[in-house]
Design a protein around this ligand. Structure first.
Ligand code: ZN
Length: 230
């Protein structure tokens, strides 16, 4: 037990709580799956996987109110800085330490842009994160298709928890995500990025049965606002 609490706030938004509080992809106010609002979170740090609205979400609003720093890829950090947000720019393969949390940015097979008031800003590249607190390691895949280097992410970081998108259309579906879990070999797999909208509707129990067949790894299907202790 390392006293790390992992909470799903809906879609791809998770909170990692230890001594410090990290919020990942805080899409809350316009998220039909979320009940927590951007005014109700008090993160010490935010990590954003890419610029799309359902991931960047309420980052600017929350970071301005709380003064927290935002870890994200260089291009996205440039945009956020222009919006008076404190940033920790980084890039694929790089690591930083924020309080008692170590973040490593991993590859993701996806696009990124920031669309605002009819303008589109360069979002750099989409990413995932390895999040380490003490000896607990969590992999948040961000939005991604299946890619072979997930095997390497599994070999290198040996995540305890792998959080993977299963909604299809914009990311892996349940079948591909089960293959991803086989490559990552975590102790526990958690599905995300499904059922927020009709376009990514998915029965998560199908993911569980695919994972059971492919690798036998334990799947936890969280309900929104559910937590697990690690
Ligand atoms: Zn996306």
């Amino acid at each position: 037990m390392n006293n790390v609490r992992l909470t799903w706030l809906g879609h791809s938004c998770f909170e990692v709580l230890s001594k410090d509080r990290l919020l990942i992809d805080p899409f809350l106010d316009n998220n039909p799956a979320a009940t927590v609002r951007s005014t109700q979170v008090e993160p010490d740090f935010i990590a954003v996987t890419h610029g799309h609205f359902d991931h960047l979400g309420d980052t600017v609003r929350i970071a301005r109110r709380t003064g927290c720093r935002v870890a994200c890829i260089h291009e996205l950090s440039q945009y956020l800085r222009s919006r008076n947000v404190l940033t920790e720019g980084m890039n694929i393969g790089g690591s930083i330490t924020l309080g008692d949390i170590a973040l490593t940015m991993t590859d993701a097979c996806h696009s990124s842009s920031i669309d605002e008031a009819g303008h589109s800003f360069d979002g750099g590249k989409a990413a995932g994160f390895i999040i380490r607190v003490g000896d607990v390691c969590i992999y948040h895949a961000g939005d991604t298709g299946l890619f072979r280097d997930m095997q390497m992410i599994g070999d290198l970081y040996k995540p305890d928890v792998a959080i993977v998108p299963i909604g299809g259309r914009y990311t892996m579906d349940a079948y591909d995500a089960a293959l991803a879990v086989s490559m990552l070999r975590p102790k526990v797999a958690i599905p995300m990025h499904y059922n927020t909208y009709d376009r990514i509707s998915q029965d998560p129990s199908i993911f569980t049965s695919y994972v059971k067949k492919a690798s036998g790894i334990n799947v936890i299907i969280l309900k929104v606002n559910d937590s697990i202790e690690l």
